[in-house]
Design a protein. Structure first.
Length: 403
């Protein structure tokens, strides 16, 4: 275990606003506020928007921000410069990349996904299939059955690398290779991967990847998403959402769409500059951080949490994440019949995780700011709540809109 003097994350923890008395184990859903983000947003508002006005698009580099920020995210996911673009929402990026991939496999009609995929990805596939009206099929199987479901009729393999509920980790390289053996393309959702574990889309030969920036990348609620496409596909992508900033010459105001070269064609609308300011500050925290160190520490934190919870809580909770730390991302989930109420009691006691239906309590571990002491204390508090049945109160059973 690193001493405070040699701890590579002592510096990064100090870069976040972390409320006193709170153990934050929900960075897999929304990362905390980077301290520098407030000043950065203020500077963009006052010095750029306030003083430059519309001139900021050129003078402050606003128009180039989607590519510039994309390259910074690319470092964290193993993507080459010029292959990642930022903007819009993750849902939009899923739609764009899935539509492009399907068009690149015109003789095939099957999309393979799994039951652990995030629902919005499945909804986008269902909606796209309905819009195309060409007889496509979404084939959803259990996570462990994905490899066997890939056949010569498959157009696209669409998966979330880390299961949002259990943290189960897919083997991106192996499944991509299997898809390519059968002539299929791959679309990987990195929402629970980027910033949580080493990702190398280039080495895995992934065709497309998408992700959000408000979880482990800590860019704030509703922060913009990103999309990756391998360079060999850039010329073949015909954007289904042909927005004006994905045009070859946006300010020519051509009535006919001509896609921009390279990854720029996956741009759609006007960049959200204030949100980009927060993202830029959040990405500054990652400067000098090695993903191998993040992975090592996150495995230490999650393994200790599992050990502590199972030792203290007996048979009251059941581990629903893979027990092998190499088979899960940076989160751990436990089941309890009253999981929602237990989680609300935990939050009231200063331990913030979250809940996913029907009975799953999720705990995310972010080495940039979580410590081993916090992990142990969180397990202690969970044990106290369970043993004293402190969760069994009406206010903890009342369901809020966001769980």
């Amino acid at each position: 275990m690193d001493s405070p003097a040699t701890d590579p994350f002592a510096r990064t923890r100090a870069l976040f606003e972390l409320p006193d008395g709170v153990i934050y184990l929900d960075g897999n859903s929304l990362g905390p506020l980077p301290r520098a983000a407030t000043a950065r947003i203020r500077a963009v508002m006052e010095d750029e928007w306030g003083q430059l006005l519309i001139r900021g698009w050129n003078a402050a580099g606003w128009m180039d921000a989607p590519a510039r920020l994309g390259d910074r995210i690319g470092r964290l996911i193993g993507a080459a410069p010029g292959t990642v673009v930022v903007g819009d929402t993750l849902t939009i990026k899923v739609y764009q990349c899935l539509a492009a991939a399907l068009e690149m496999r015109p003789g095939r009609r099957v999309i393979v996904s799994d039951s652990g995929n995030f629902p919005t990805d499945l909804y986008m596939a269902q909606g796209l299939i309905g819009s195309l009206g060409q007889g496509h099929e979404l084939r959803t199987v259990a996570p462990e059955e994905v490899a066997g479901a890939i056949g010569d009729d498959v157009a696209v393999l669409m998966l979330t690398e880390v299961d949002y509920r259990t943290g189960r980790l897919h083997d991106m390289a192996a499944l991509t290779a299997k898809a390519h053996e059968h002539g299929a393309l791959t679309l990987w959702d990195l929402a629970h991967s980027a910033g949580a574990l080493p990702v190398d889309v280039t080495a895995a030969e992934a065709d497309f990847a998408v992700g959000c920036t408000y979880k482990y990348l800590n860019a704030g609620p509703g922060a913009p998403a990103f999309a990756y496409a391998v360079p060999r596909h850039h010329g073949a992508i015909r954007p289904a959402l042909a927005g004006w900033l994905g045009h070859e010459a946006p300010f020519a105001f051509d009535p006919d769409y001509r896609p921009a070269p390279g990854i720029e064609r996956l741009r759609v609308g006007t960049p959200p500059i204030l949100a980009f300011a927060a993202l830029e500050a959040a990405l500054d925290v990652w400067d000098g951080v090695e993903m191998a160190d993040v992975r090592r520490r996150s495995q230490e934190l999650s393994a200790r949490f599992v050990t502590e919870v199972e030792a203290r809580c007996g048979g009251e909770v059941t581990l629903s994440s893979p027990r092998d730390i190499g088979q899960r991302g940076s989160q751990v989930s436990f089941r309890h019949a009253e999981g929602y109420a237990v989680m609300q009691a935990l939050i009231a006691a200063g331990v913030i995780g979250d809940f996913r239906a029907p009975d799953m309590m999720r705990f995310g571990f972010a080495p940039l700011y979580n410590t081993m002491d916090e992990v142990v204390r969180a397990a202690e508090i969970l044990s106290e709540i369970l043993s004293e049945r402190r969760w069994d109160r009406p206010e903890f059973r009342a369901r809020a809109k966001v769980t």
